[in-house]
Ligand binder design. Structure first.
Ligand code: APR
Ligand code: PHB
Length: 389
C-alpha cells in the first residue's frame, strides 16, 4: 500500500490530522493498535480551547460539539474555605467549551467513516523504517499477515507509550520530565454537577476538582498519595473527602451517587525535543504530557495538529516545502508555555509531601492575590482559554 502521510495512532491527534489532510486532498492512512471500542472507552478530560473548537469546525466535526458542548465563561478557585470566580469573559473576552474527549473522538471517527478515511485497527508490531531517508515506510501485522505502507511522511500520533518517539535516536532526542509526588483519584457519577462551572480547590488535605461531562454526569477528583489504590476508596470515603476539601457552600450543595467509573492517574510533565526527525513528526501525547490541572493535554495535541496540517498543505499544495522544517520549533514554543501554566496550576493547588504549613500559607497567599488582582486573573484566564496558535 502507498499513501502520502502515514499516521500512527487513532486517538484525537491522529484522527484530527487525518481528517484535516483528507479535506485538503492529501491522502492518509491511520494505523491504530487497538479496536475502535477500546479507543472510545477511555475516560479523558474535555475542556476545549477556542483553537481546538475552531479546528474541529474547520475539519467539519464541530456540529455536535456546538450543539451539546457547555460554554464556560469562567471557573471557580477555592482556598482557605472560600471560593471565588475568575471570569474569562470579563478578563480576556473568551470562553472554553466543556465537551468530553470521548465525544470528540467519537465525532472524529464518524467523520472519518463519512469520508471513507482508512483507519486500520488492531495493527500489531507497528514499526517505522527509513525515517531518515526520503522514502520511509511502516510495517505492521494484522490477522497474522505482515503489511507494508510506503509513504512520504509519518505522523507519530501514538501517545506517550507509542513507538514513534523511540524511533528517534537517543543521540538526537532530548526528553525533559518532571514527575509529581501524587496522583488524582477520579470518579464519574450520574449526578448533577455541584456547580455549573468547574471548581479547582486548594486544601491542606490536598487538591480537589469538581468538573462535569454534561448536566447529568459529574466528574470529580481528589489528590491522592502515589502509593494509593482505587480499592482503598469506597464511594462514601470519596464523597466525605471531597466535601472536606471544598468550601462549605459547595459541600452542602453536593449531590452524591454511586460511581460508574473510578481510577487513579499519575501526574507528570514531559516534553521531547525535537518533535521532528527526518520524515517523522511527533504529535500530541507522543511528544508531550502535561499534568491535567490546566486541562491542556487535548488542547496541545490540537495546536500540534494545527501547525502540522498547515505545513503539510504547504508542502503538497503550495510549493512551500520549507514549512515542514519549522513545525518542531513552532509546536514546542506553545508546548513549553502550556507546560509552564500546567506546572504553575499544579504547584499552586496541590499539597506536596514535604510541604510545611508555611508553604501552605504561601499557596493561600498566592490564591488570595489572584482573587484580588485583575492582572493576575487576566494572566490565568489567557492561559486557561488558550494562548494564540
Ligand atoms: N501502534 C499503533 N497505535 C498505537 C501504538 C502503536 N505502537 N501505540 C499507541 N497507539 C495508539 C493508542 O492505542 C491510542 O489510541 O495511539 C493512540 C494515541 O492516542 P492518545 O494517547 O489519546 O494521544 P493523542 O491522540 O495525542 O491525544 C492526546 O489524549 O491521552 C489524552 O490527555 C491526552 O487529551 C490528551 C489526548
Ligand atoms: C475533567 O473534567 O476531567 C477535567 C477538567 C479540567 C481539568 C482536568 C480534568 O483541569
Amino acid at each position: 500500500m502507498r499513501t502520502q502521510v502515514c499516521i500512527i495512532g487513532g486517538g484525537p491527534s491522529g484522527l484530527l490530522l487525518s481528517q484535516l489532510l483528507h479535506r485538503a486532498g492529501i491522502d492518509t492512512v491511520v494505523v491504530e493498535q487497538r479496536t475502535r471500542d477500546y479507543v472510545l472507552s477511555r475516560i479523558r478530560a474535555g475542556v476545549l480551547e477556542r483553537g481546538l473548537c475552531n479546528l474541529l469546525r474547520k475539519a467539519g466535526v464541530g456540529e455536535r460539539m456546538d450543539r451539546e458542548g457547555l460554554v464556560h465563561d469562567g471557573t471557580l478557585i477555592a482556598a482557605a474555605g472560600r471560593q471565588f470566580r475568575i471570569s474569562f469573559k470579563d478578563r480576556v473576552n473568551d470562553s472554553v467549551v466543556v465537551y468530553g474527549q470521548t465525544e470528540v473522538t467519537r465525532d472524529l471517527y464518524a467523520a472519518r467513516d463519512a469520508m471513507g478515511g482508512l483507519v486500520i485497527h488492531e495493527a500489531e508490531g507497528v514499526t517505522l523504517h527509513g525515517v531518515d531517508t526520503d522514502h520511509p515506510h511502516v510495517t505492521y501485522r494484522k490477522d497474522g499477515t505482515e503489511h507494508r505502507i510506503d509513504c512520504d511522511w509519518i505522523a507519530g500520533c501514538d501517545g506517550f507509550h507509542g513507538v514513534s518517539r523511540k524511533t528517534i535516536p537517543d543521540t538526537v532526542r532530548t526528553e525533559h520530565e518532571k514527575v509529581y509526588p501524587f496522583g488524582w483519584l477520579g470518579i464519574l457519577s450520574e449526578t448533577p454537577p455541584v456547580n455549573h462551572e468547574l471548581i479547582y480547590a486548594n486544601h491542606a488535605r490536598g487538591f480537589a476538582l469538581c468538573s462535569m461531562r454534561n448536566p447529568a454526569l459529574s466528574r470529580y477528583y481528589v489528590q491522592t498519595p502515589l502509593d494509593d489504590t482505587v480499592e482503598a476508596w469506597s464511594d462514601d470515603r470519596f464523597w466525605d473527602e471531597l466535601r472536606r476539601r471544598i468550601p462549605a457552600e459547595s459541600a452542602e450543595a453536593l449531590v452524591t451517587g454511586p460511581s460508574i467509573e473510578k481510577s487513579i492517574a499519575p501526574l507528570r510533565s514531559f516534553i521531547c525535543e525535537p518533535m521532528r526527525w527526518g520524515r517523522l513528526f511527533l504529535v500530541g501525547d507522543a511528544a508531550h504530557i502535561v499534568p491535567p490541572t490546566g486541562a491542556k493535554g487535548l488542547n496541545l495535541a490540537a495546536s500540534d495538529v494545527h501547525y502540522l496540517h498547515l505545513a503539510l498543505e504547504a508542502f503538497y499544495l503550495h510549493n512551500a516545502p520549507g514549512e515542514v522544517d519549522l513545525y518542531s520549533e513552532r509546536a514546542l514554543a506553545r508546548v513549553w508555555k502550556a507546560s509552564r501554566f500546567s506546572w504553575w496550576m499544579t504547584s499552586t493547588l496541590h499539597r506536596f509531601p514535604d510541604q510545611t504549613d508555611f508553604d501552605q500559607r504561601l499557596q493561600e497567599a498566592e490564591l488570595a492575590y489572584l482573587e484580588q488582582s485583575e492582572a493576575a486573573q487576566t494572566a490565568l484566564a489567557e492561559n486557561y482559554v488558550g494562548l494564540p496558535y
